[in-house]
Each structure stands twice: as C-alpha cells, then as structure tokens.
Design a protein around this ligand. Structure first.
Ligand code: AP5
Ligand code: MG
Ligand code: ZN
Length: 214
C-alpha cells in the first residue's frame, strides 16, 4: 500500500494515520512530525523550519522535497508507506510523481479526510499532544483520563506551538491556496478517495477501510 493522507489542518490525518499504519503495517511518514522532531533536537533544519511553522506558512520546498525522497528511499518504505502532510503544493506533488516514476513505482490511493473549516479551529486549539510518545488528545472530543497527562506513557501533555487561533486561521488559508488544488490533481489521476471526517473517530476509520478495499 502506497498511500497519501490529505485533509485540512485538524481534519484528523495524524489520528487516522495511527490506525492505518497498524492495519496495513506500513510506516507513517509525517513531514510535520519530522520537522517538530528537528525543532526539539535543535538541528539546523529545525531552526529553519520553525520560522515558517510558527507563522502557519509552508516550509520551503528546498528543505522539504529531498527530505521526503530520502525517507522514501529507506528500506522500510519499499513495500508501502503512508505519507501525511506531503505533498502540500503542486511542486511537491510533481516531485513525488517524478521520484516514484524513476523507481518504477506509483501511488495506490490518495485519501482525503474531508471536514468543513468551521469546526477545525476548535479541533486545533483543543488538541493536546504527548511530547514523549506522540499520542494525540482533544480536551473535549478525546480527553486523556487524567487531565494534562498522557494515557499511554504518563508524560505531561503539551500544546503545539502552531495550535493558536491566529496561526490555525493562517494554516487553513494556506491550505485553501496551495494544497486544495492537489485534490483535482489526484482526482484527474483517478486516485482520490474522499471520506467524511466529521464523524466519530471509529466511523471515520471504518469508511477509510471501505474506500481502500474498493
Ligand atoms: P502538520 O503537522 O502536517 O499539520 P496540519 O496539516 O496543520 O495538520 P494537523 O497535524 O494540525 O492536523 P491532523 O489532520 O493531523 O489532525 P489530528 O489527527 O491531529 O504541519 C504543520 C506545519 O509543518 C505546517 O503548517 C507547515 O509549516 C509545516 N509542514 C509540514 N509538512 C510540510 C510540507 N510538505 N511542506 C511545507 N511545510 C510543511 O486531529 C486534530 C484534533 O482533532 C485532535 O485533537 C484530535 O483528537 C481531534 N480529532 C481527530 N479526529 C476527530 C474526529 N473524528 N472527531 C472529533 N475530533 C477529532
Ligand atoms: Mg497531524
Ligand atoms: Zn505519551
């Protein structure tokens, strides 16, 4: 399975990616997670990416495309992968197509988790994440058992730096301008599978499995 998972900020890409990764036994590659790990590790890439991420802007392609190609070249991606948050503009999509073609490869499907923008700000500002194991919670929709503490590993939950009202609004705008055109790009390639993301967590995953086995 070689998959992309797309959707507006807060649509549930990361949440469903955990299910898909386990169900299909493929690595989950999130460019956002890779950048955040670099910020935490205070690498050169992390310092550069942070400037853009904190404003809700896309990190430049020059820092992003080669990073993904390198990751996809690793052994664990040869049988399949789930890309989350990449591609985010036409240049990235074309670079991915060229890379796969050069390896005699192609995508199996592009999942679009569709959620109307109105409810996404609430999902984004209410999100809490575990800095240690990466688990994701929501103060209302999916609260941890003990407030502020990760159910999985017991670490103290944090809020992402870009999960503020102002930055979330900007991320949604950037999505509309730069990422939304990719839906037509993949529709034209007959790869696009749209799932309603404004449903219960488990129902969204049921629908994902349904469209992927069709
Ligand atoms: P990235 O990390 O990719 O963030 P994003 O696209 O904004 O998406 P999110 O991670 O915010 O949302 P999600 O869809 O994963 O939602 P989640 O499952 O957590 O990118 C961050 C930044 O990095 C970008 O702005 C950019 O600067 C940079 N970047 C990354 N990739 C790049 C690239 N390719 N090129 C350039 N720059 C790049 O869910 C959200 C919340 O909702 C959670 O609290 C969850 O519990 C809750 N929730 C989930 N599903 C449901 C449901 N069904 N019902 C109720 N609540 C739900
Ligand atoms: Mg995510
Ligand atoms: Zn944890």
């Amino acid at each position: 399975m070689k998959l992309l998972i797309m959707g507006r900020p807060g649509a549930g890409k990361g949440t469903q990616a955990v299910n898909i990764r386990e169900y299909y036994n493929i690595p989950h590659i999130s460019t956002g997670d890779i950048f955040r790990a670099n910020i935490k590790g205070q690498t050169k890439l992390g310092k550069e990416a942070k400037e853009y991420m904190d404003k809700g802007l896309l990190v430049p392609d020059s820092l992003t495309i080669d990073l993904v190609k390198d990751r996809l070249s690793q052994e664990d991606c040869q049988k399949g992968f789930l890309l989350d948050g990449f591609p985010r503009n036409l240049e990235q999509a074309k670079a991915l197509d060229d890379f796969l073609k050069a390896n005699n490869d192609s995508l199996d499907a592009v999942l679009d988790i569709d959620v109307k923008p109105e409810i996404l700000i609430d999902r984004i500002v209410g999100r809490r994440v575990c800095p240690q194991c990466g688990a994701t919670f929501h103060i209302k929709n999916n609260p941890s058992k003990v407030e502020g503490v990760c159910d999985v590993c017991g670490a103290k939950l944090i809020q992402r730096n870009d999960d503020t009202y102002a930055t979330a609004e900007n991320r949604l705008k950037v999505y509309d301008e730069q990422t939304a055109p990719l839906l037509d790009y993949y529709k034209n390639q007959h790869l696009l599978k749209t799932v309603n993301g404004d449903q219960d967590f488990a129902k969204v995953f049921e629908d994902i499995k349904k469209v992927l086995t069709k």
